[in-house]
Design a protein around this ligand. Sequence first.
Ligand code: X8Z
Ligand code: ZN
Length: 616
Amino acid sequence: MADPLRSDRREFLKSLAVTAAAGALPLAQSAHGSNFAPDVAAAAKAFLEEYNAGWLPLETAASEASWTALTDVSDAHTNNQVAKAQPLNEFVGSRKVIEAVRTFLDQKDKLDDLTIRQLEKIRLRAAEAPASVPEIVKARTLAEADQSKVQDGFSYSLKRAGKPEEKPSANAIDKVLVESHDLGEREDFWTVAKDIGGPLRTGLLKLRDLRNKVAQALGFDNFFALQVADYGMTVPEMLKLTNSFLADAKPLYSQLHTWAKYALADRYKTKVPAGKIPAHWLPNRWGQNWPGLVSGVDMDAPFKTKTKEFIVEQAEAFYVSLGFPKLPKSFYTKSDLYPADPKSGRKKNSHASAWHIDLKEDVRSLMSVEPDSRWFNTAHHELGHIYYYISYSRPEVPYLLRAGANRAFHEGVGDLIGLASGQRPYLKEVGLLAPAAEKAEQVQWLLDTALDGASIVFLPFSAGTMTQFEADFYAGKIPDNGLNAAWWKYVGEYQGIIPPRERPEDLCDAATKTHINDDPAQYYDYAIGTVLKFQLHDHIAREILKQDPRECNYFGNKKVGDFLKDILRLGATRDWNEVLKNATGQGLTAKPMVNYFEPLLGWLQEQNKGREIGWT
Ligand code: X8Z
Ligand code: ZN
């Protein structure tokens, strides 16, 4: 039987030859020796139409196959994921596409901005699968799928003296790290969380080389540089930006680090260590945020009586209150929102994600929601992606530009609503504020915000450890037998955290972080998203709500909704700097974030008087 996707592709390639030739003509002389200037803009338009007609069905089929592979891990699903990625890769990375794009981009002056933006997206997409290295592209696709299968099919196994073997889920590990005051138990769970890095280590090294070779085929220095290029930036520019965030956060982070170390020593009834904080003391597997440390601010208490369904519905209600539409029915029927029943034997990816399967109305989220504050925040984050998808899925936004103004915008929107949903006036209005938390001093509330979620404590991890590790990893600066040494060097340097004991090199602690495997070289998105979130929040609170950014309430405010929609509906049709300047009157700046926590800095300095600040 004829495969419609394949016949689409044949047609496309045939017509591509024509459009590319037309595009190339201005560079050539006609047979009569006079300059021939065909309509490059019309040729580019025809090319884009043909590209979309061929690419979209392939992209949709590949997304659907990936969705199935991640929500129901099996060999058959992984094989299908690879099978669907193959024709997509052949299409997006074909020589003709690459040649046509190059030809058109060489004549930018004859093209409008929207066309250039689409061509740039096609160029970066082609660089992920260039036909000049077909065997490498194929090997990469296989290796990516294998790595996901190993990651998503992994079972943690914990053997404790005198107890039967336990198989904790990722949620169960996280719960122990948030709640347990028993350092022995904490170390057991922390250590078992790192076991997944062992089976992922070889696959990651293989992927590093394949990803680099793919990126280098189109002239990028390495895979990290290719991912950064989506911002229109070079690697040194990106590192300069992320380093500036680290510098902005450092005074507060050092104080938080010291405060938390003392609070935790008190909690565990043990001595305060000099310098760095032991990793298993912290309430998160990677120390990327530190929830639950502030007495009187128990964010989980109000969720004890709630269902998991409530978490998603309440998040949706927030967006709807701002004037966004209700989620389409298909979101609820097609998404995979709650933990898999352990009795079913089904394995699924344990990390939250949002999907725009067909770049039209098929939007889904993969989560494992439990009724707690962590998932409350994550549900707001994921719905931010979903409402972004919905907002830019309109005829004026070409499929190729149905993306964030940049990737950080996509991450920042849901986090912004997460920050808004963590404001006390809102929580009080919807009955999610424990009486003790309502009475807590504002500075206690700020302290919790600085420690938890995407905030101050998150920056040394996102802008520091993750970004620096991956930049060096893809630049070939980390030896294969020194992955853990390098990882912990960065964790120590940026986060001031040390492992409970020496980490063996047959494990790979970096690979325990899902993004290192399946969202590679992009973690600075979250760091930029964090800074952006505070910038947008500051503008919304001061200019639209006329409220204190630290105690404000967006809920039900349609003007806030309109402000956000004006950003979201653009997708990637404008330069992100321009979008931000139009929205807030300023370029990207961490000032609003620093200002937000300003009262906290003085308070922490007071609390930490006489204590040694930071680590060496
Ligand atoms: O991965 C995520 C989202 C999906 S895009 C849940 N986040 C980062 C993480 O979990 O490490 C959100 C905050 C940072
Ligand atoms: Zn996200």
